[in-house]
Design a protein around this ligand. Structure first.
Ligand SMILES: [Zn+2]
Length: 114
């Protein structure tokens, strides 16, 4: 059942993406339906689509059209231009692992560590 629900989420978001240029109100409806399914089966939103809708007004978001994506203070900031809701996703951990890998590649030469 859960697998089918995930497939339906994918389909709904893809349809929302396709319909957005012609019928934005339809894609907003698809997002609403997708969120209802996710709520019903207690699913996490697929990571690819996580920043593509507004959590506050349930609108489908397309960067450059009705959403603004900026990098502010080590976070991906997505602003919904329909209602003004701002969601932030920090990427501090990614920076940290990158830094750590860089240091590790300097410190340990191949074959010196176990
Ligand atoms: Zn919104």
């Amino acid at each position: 059942m859960i697998k089918i629900a995930y497939e339906r989420l994918e389909i709904l978001f893809k349809m929302a993406e396709e319909e957005f240029s012609l019928h934005p109100e339809r894609s907003h409806r698809y997002v609403e339906m997708a969120r209802n399914i996710a709520k019903k089966y207690n699913l996490k939103m697929p990571p690819y689509w996580r920043g593509r809708f507004c959590r506050d007004c349930n609108r489908f978001l397309k960067p450059g059209f009705n959403s603004k994506v900026r990098l502010i203070k080590s976070a991906v900031t997505i602003e919904c231009l329909e209602c003004g809701e701002i969601s932030r996703k920090p990427y501090v951990m990614e920076q940290r692992t990158r830094r750590r890998n860089k240091i590790a590649s300097h410190t340990f030469k191949e074959g010196t560590y176990e």
